[in-house]
Design a protein around this ligand. Structure first.
Ligand SMILES: *Cc1c(COP(=O)(O)O)cnc(C)c1O
Length: 375
């Protein structure tokens, strides 16, 4: 068997080990320390969001943001349907109900029309949604101008799931900084990794301070252990933050490498009938975390995305269907959904291709040859 080509694997820049050693030498082996502070500063500076809290995961960041918005059992939260389950699971942790909204075809993210329809209908049914969670899938920024306009009209706070979109922008504004709070992830397969970790970013320092408080068991200011609220153990370790600091030094270079992967795929598929890539809308900049294709089997002599996936798998190349929409997941069966079938169609015909910043030219050729042999 030839060596495995992964969808997206960790890619260290070099300085990570030095920062980790520093953590050991100074004995800051704890969920606090100078690297945590440094990493938070790096993130705030990079996204221009003013404040950041480093947490144990992106999921924890979404959970804390819902807690801080005062979400109660039985409340409804609007969430993009086509996403990773981590966008929606924290809604269930709160005992709240997700209301799923379809994607649109330009960015594959939350459809503004379906969002508006959902808000109006939920209000009509007597329940105004408590928050909106749009997602920037695969690094492609959602239509935040339209989404924010609707959210502002109905005065509903937006929690922006930018877990896949560190480094993505609309104009000069970073993904994750349009809503009240933004969520980042540094899981092993994300654009940068701390092995596992996440962050909450915001312009509003109160949310960031409160999230750090809740993430460290909600300890009141007292010499003994005093608690007035339920707390969580959600802080990032200083060792993980050390990795993050090293990763921040190579983030822009790695985005460029991922964008180069996309360009290679785009060029190849421009000569293939029935297979398309997703272009950036005017003014948008994607970090191209994952390069994706849509396969129209009516134009490929019947070759489907599943045929491509299986052919690649045979050659030890990992590829994966696009996110299966949450309204189709057994765990969320029966929850409200608003849309017109866009996310279903994307799921049926879309495929994520190997996209790591550490792929070699030979790796990419192997992927493309595997696909070529089918067509
Ligand atoms: C990865 C991811 C998350 C969760 O982040 P973790 O750090 O893995 O908890 C949330 N939303 C989306 C869209 C993601 O891709």
């Amino acid at each position: 068997m030839r060596n495995k080509i992964w969808l997206s694997s960790p890619h260290m820049g070099g300085a990570e080990q030095k920062y980790v050693n520093e953590a050991f030498e100074t004995n800051w082996i704890a969920p606090l320390g100078p690297h945590v502070d440094g990493f938070e500063n790096d993130l705030a500076k990079y996204t221009n969001s003013r404040f950041a809290a480093a947490l144990s995961s992106g999921t924890a960041a979404i959970h804390l943001s819902l807690i801080m918005l005062g979400v109660k059992p039985g409340d409804e939260i609007i969430c993009q349907s086509m996403t990773f389950s981590a966008s929606a699971n924290p809604i269930a942790y709160m005992g709240a109900t997700p209301v799923f909204v379809d994607s649109e075809k330009t960015t594959w993210n939350m459809c503004p029309e379906s969002l508006k329809e959902a808000i109006k209908d939920r209000i009509l049914k007597g329940k105004k949604p408590k928050a909106i969670i749009p997602v920037h899938l695969y690094g492609m920024p959602a239509q935040m101008d339209k989404i924010m306009e609707i959210a502002n009209e109905y005065e509903i706070p937006v929690i922006e799931d930018a877990a896949e979109a560190l480094g993505s922008k609309i104009g000069n504004r970073a993904a994750g900084t349009f809503g009240l709070m933004g969520v980042l992830s540094f899981n092993g397969n994300k654009i940068i990794t701390t092995s596992g970790g996440g962050a909450l970013i915001s312009e509003d320092e109160d949310y960031i301070k409160k999230s750090r408080f809740l993430a460290t068991q909600a300890r009141d200011a007292a010499p003994h252990y005093q608690h007035s609220e339920v707390g969580y153990n959600y802080r990032m370790s200083n060792v993980c933050a050390a990795i993050g600091r090293g990763q921040m030094e190579v983030l822009d270079a790695h985005i460029q490498l991922r964008r180069n992967n996309f360009e290679t795929y785009k060029q190849f598929f421009s000569n293939v009938e029935g297979i398309s890539v997703l272009e950036e809308p005017n003014g948008s900049f994607s970090n191209r975390w994952l390069s994706t294709i849509l396969v129209d089997s009516a134009k490929t002599n019947g070759v489907t995305r599943e045929d491509i996936r299986l052919a690649l798998e045979k050659d030890n190349v990992e590829s994966r269907p696009l996110w299966k929409p949450m309204h189709l997941q057994p765990v969320f069966e029966g929850v409200p959904y608003y849309g017109s079938g866009v996310s279903e169609e994307l799921f049926d015909n879309g495929l994520c291709l190997p996209s790591g910043s550490n792929l070699t030219r030979e790796d990419l050729e192997r992927v493309l040859n595997g696909i070529k042999s089918l067509l």
